[in-house]
Design a protein. Structure first.
Length: 381
């Protein structure tokens, strides 16, 4: 069995990993870390919850610590781009946890909060900067960040970057980074657009894939419930007060839809919180904190949270609305069954959403079993 020591990681990292309770590397870590340590560009494909962050964070920290350099004002040595604020925060926390014995500076930049504190943190230069593309470009335009010292560029959840329309900002950012750099792409799926972007940004990359693209988490028990759109809210309430009585993440397609679901649940005596793009950063952090602590066992979210929430013990994911992009289904249900645990994903499918279900089943190459409940409709309706 491969160990972290076998991968060539240095003692400070091994000590931090032991402190985190990590014993053996996951498949994506075991395959990717040696290539990243060797300085190769890497295109890594793995499902959510399989340890992609450590797969790039650990070798980057080792590289920076082994070759310490004076930090340039406003500069950074490693840049990690993330599609959402929540995911960016989690990546930065991981860098700090893994590198706590190494004395490296890690900073975080995302929108929704004032820029002044971020500007002060960047002023003296940092070793690792984790950023969302939009706010990073704001700092570039304000000349509070310089990218000419970047040695390693990481795009995490690269496919979701493209889904959110970040292709132009990514190319804009890349133009300011030295061509002589190490570039790492990590993603849960491998659409054609990622191949095209990788071809322009990666140099002779090593392809690391621990699953076939767009397969779903093996341990997730997937089911679909056919129901009239007008009955979705009472059916959801029945699920949340019945089978799905544990920590549950509910996905809606729209921000207003998420708020309406929370309002309905609370009117019926079931506390819930929402997280979506119209919420302030403070509201989003408080909602996540309540969900993590168990003060609210139901979190209603749009797809902005599909890859940004890493909360232990999510027993159920419920798709109140089926996504119209089938890859999003994979990311949503990947919020449960993490770290080897089991989980359940239930999708409420209205009449107009049946084409979305067909696209999902085509992508995952299996039929989602039909779940029976009072008032449910048959698959062939």
């Amino acid at each position: 069995m491969t160990t972290f020591q076998d991968l060539g990681l240095c003692p400070p990292l091994l000590k931090a990993l032991a402190g985190e309770g990590y014993t053996t590397p996951t498949p994506i870590q075991a395959q990717a870390i040696p290539h990243v340590l060797a300085g190769r560009d890497v295109l890594g494909i793995a499902q959510t919850g399989t340890g992609k962050t450590a797969a790039f964070a650990l070798p980057i920290l080792q590289r920076l610590a082994a070759d310490r350099r004076p930090l340039q004002r406003g500069g950074c040595r490693a840049l990690v781009l993330s599609p959402t604020r929540e995911l960016a925060s989690q990546i930065a926390e991981s860098f700090r946890a893994y590198g706590r014995n190494m004395g490296l500076r890690v900073s975080l930049v995302f929108g929704g909060v004032p820029k002044a504190r971020q500007t002060r943190a960047l002023a003296g230069g940092v070793d690792v900067l984790v950023a969302t593309p939009g706010r990073l470009i704001d700092h570039m335009q304000d000349r509070t960040i310089r990218l000419d010292q970047v040695e390693v560029l990481v795009l995490d959840e690269a496919d979701h970057m493209l889904d959110l329309g970040f292709i132009v900002p990514i190319r804009r950012i890349a133009r300011d980074i030295p061509a002589q750099r190490q570039t790492l792409f990590f993603s849960a799926t491998m659409p054609k657009e990622i191949n095209h972007l990788a071809a322009t940004m990666l140099h002779e990359p090593v392809n690391v894939s621990v699953i076939s693209a767009a397969t779903t988490v093996d341990r997730v028990d997937q089911r679909v419930l056919f129901v009239e759109a007008s009955r979705k809210r009472p059916v959801l309430f029945d699920l949340l007060t019945g089978e799905a009585s544990g920590r549950t993440l509910v996905f809606t397609r729209t921000k207003h839809g998420a708020d309406r679901v929370v309002q309905y649940l609370e009117q019926n005596g079931l506390p819930a919180v929402a997280i979506h793009g119209n919420k302030s950063q403070g509201q989003r952090e408080r909602a996540l904190a309540a969900f993590r602590s168990g003060d609210s066992r139901v979190l209603v979210a749009t797809d902005i949270a599909a890859r940004g929430i890493d909360v232990e013990g999510i027993a159920h994911v419920i798709n109140f609305d089926l996504p119209n992009v089938p890859e999003s289904y994979v990311h949503r249900i990947g919020r449960t069954a993490r770290a080897g645990a089991a989980g359940t994903a239930i999708s409420l499918c209205g009449g107009e959403e049946r084409p979305f279900l067909r696209d999902i089943e085509k992508l995952i190459r299996t039929r989602v079993p039909v779940m029976g409940m009072p008032g449910a409709l048959p698959r062939a309706a």
